[in-house]
Design a protein around this ligand. Structure first.
Ligand SMILES: C[S@@+](CC[C@H](N)C(=O)[O-])C[C@H]1O[C@@H](n2cnc3c(N)ncnc32)[C@H](O)[C@@H]1O
Length: 282
């Protein structure tokens, strides 16, 4: 499978009046998940009941009568069950390998495109969703502007809000070790779950509290394999030292607890258009 299977061009076969992607300098592309596509589903897995709870709330907050944009569809974690439930979902992603995984699961209507230059005419979607995506895009305001340009109703996101827990401590320890060694671990963009701090949602619905045991060996192995996108820019030497520090600190610990409050965030496209436009103008 190569990029030719999902060329970064509008998919003419989609009936959403695709227009040409605007010429850009290439720097607007977010962090592609090509490198993690094979491991994405196993490392971002949630129990069936948690997924059912999320989908039940999601389904009530998207327009069933109109096409839905899944911006940064990935392997189709949400697009697949929504399509199975009868929603018309169009999935957009810059990663050909993530799209290929989605296609293997029979996700329909997939398009390789950059969210900051969506190949769609204005207002073709009723609802849009972006889950775990905007933190990867340095020009996240432009991404929001584009999403709101093509959407008439709402943008929804599922926020996985990390609560204080031993798992959070472990994450902080790794980040702090890297910082002490000279690399500040960060994402290029803005996490959807942090957006309410700068732009109040129209609605936030708590879906569930998710508390779960985490096998320490597995999480250190995930860290060691640079599973998380904020690790991809860490120099190898710093990364290796941080892993050694983690192994030493957690020697003899088998399990730790992780805690998340999972919520649905919802903004009207009109408000986002104004918000993102204001920010872009600054
Ligand atoms: C963490 S995954 C989330 C996938 C899916 N939304 C989910 O919740 O499972 C982020 C996805 O955003 C994609 N992505 C990053 N920047 C993008 C951009 N500028 N345009 C389109 N997709 C982008 C990545 O390739 C990746 O597949």
């Amino acid at each position: 499978m190569s990029d030719k299977d999902f060329p970064l061009r509008p998919a003419a076969q989609l009936n959403y009046r695709a227009e040409g992607i605007r010429a850009r300098d290439g720097k607007s592309l977010g962090l592609s998940f090509d490198r993690i596509a094979d491991r994405y589903d196993t490392t971002r897995w949630y129990p069936d009941q948690v997924m059912e709870d999320i989908l039940a709330v999601l389904e009530k907050n998207i327009d069933p009568e109109r096409p839905i944009l899944d911006a940064g569809v990935g392997t189709g974690r949400f697009a697949k069950p929504l399509q199975d439930a009868g929603f018309t979902v169009v999935g957009v992603d810059i990663s050909a390998r993530m799209l290929e995984k989605a296609r293997q699961k029979s996700v329909q209507d997939l398009l390789r495109a950059d969210i900051t230059a969506l190949p769609f005419k204005d207002e073709v979607f009723g609802s849009a969703m972006s889950v775990h995506v905007l933190h990867l895009i340095s020009n996240w305001k432009l991404a929001l502007r584009e999403i709101s340009r093509v959407t008439t109703g709402h943008l929804v996101s599922v926020a996985f809000n990390k609560m204080e827990s031993p798992a959070e401590e472990l994450r902080r320890f790794y980040d702090q070790t890297c910082a002490d060694l000279g690399h500040v671990v960060h994402h290029p963009g803005m996490r959807e779950r942090e957006m309410p701090e700068v732009f109040e949602p129209d609605e936030e619905i708590t879906i569930t509290m998710h508390e779960h045991p985490i096998d320490v060996r597995n999480i250190i192995s995930d860290y060691s394999n640079r599973t998380y996108s904020n690790q991809w820019m860490i120099p190898e030497e710093i990364h290796q030292q941080a892993i050694e520090a983690l192994q030493e600190r957690y020697d003899g610990v088998d399990q730790i607890i992780g805690r998340e409050r999972i919520s649905l965030l919802k903004w009207s496209a009109d408000r986002i258009w104004e918000f993102a436009g204001d920010l872009a103008a600054k």
